[in-house]
Write a protein that binds this ligand. Structure first.
Ligand code: FE2
Length: 172
């Protein structure tokens, strides 16, 4: 637990022994329920495993497998939870769980790739490593994925006047 100006951060332990998959057991659900009940929020939740399917079969086999009780608990507290951050998939992902916005990013280790046709083995790529930068305002959360492993050029080229903007402006 860590209090910030953006809210109270809770770091959830979603590990399950002897497997890459996750289970959020009754003890940990109870811990989370107590933390959410003892404070008005807002909360920012951080967890390793994805709390919802990503529709990549090999990854979904190792997600938070018992996600229904978790989703019910956070759903009951959705107005107090600003965002859920997760990892595990090594993919830039965004969506929602029980009405709460969630996001993930590629990460600092190996990069995955959303190869939807592969049903058995995890997919890897050489896409650049990344870390996240999060800005929280009064009523917004902005999440960047900074691809620091990218070693190509970064052009600082400004933006032309609106009248001068045409298709050529955006040619790669
Ligand atoms: Fe993982």
């Amino acid at each position: 637990m860590h209090d910030t100006a953006a809210g109270r951060c809770l770091f959830l332990d979603t590990a399950h022994p002897e497997t890459h998959a996750s289970r959020y057991c009754a003890d940990r659900l109870g811990w989370l329920e107590a933390r959410l009940a003892e404070h008005d929020g807002p909360f920012l939740l951080f967890m390793h495993h994805n709390p919802m399917p990503v529709h990549l079969a090999p990854l979904d086999q190792i997600r938070l497998l018992d996600d229904a009780p978790f989703q019910r608990l956070v759903g009951r507290n959705r107005l107090k939870i600003r965002h859920v951050f997760f990892g595990h998939c090594h993919l830039p992902l965004a969506g929602s769980v029980a009405g709460i916005p969630v996001s993930s990013l590629r990460g600092t280790n190996h990069a995955s790739y959303p190869l939807f046709s592969e049903t058995r083995l995890l997919s890897a790529s050489d896409l650049p490593q990344s870390y996240g930068v999060v800005f929280c305002g009064e009523d917004y959360v902005t999440v960047h994925m900074v691809e620091y492993g990218y070693d190509g050029p970064i052009r600082v080229e400004g933006s032309p006047d609106y009248q001068a903007w045409d298709r050529e402006t955006m040619v790669r």
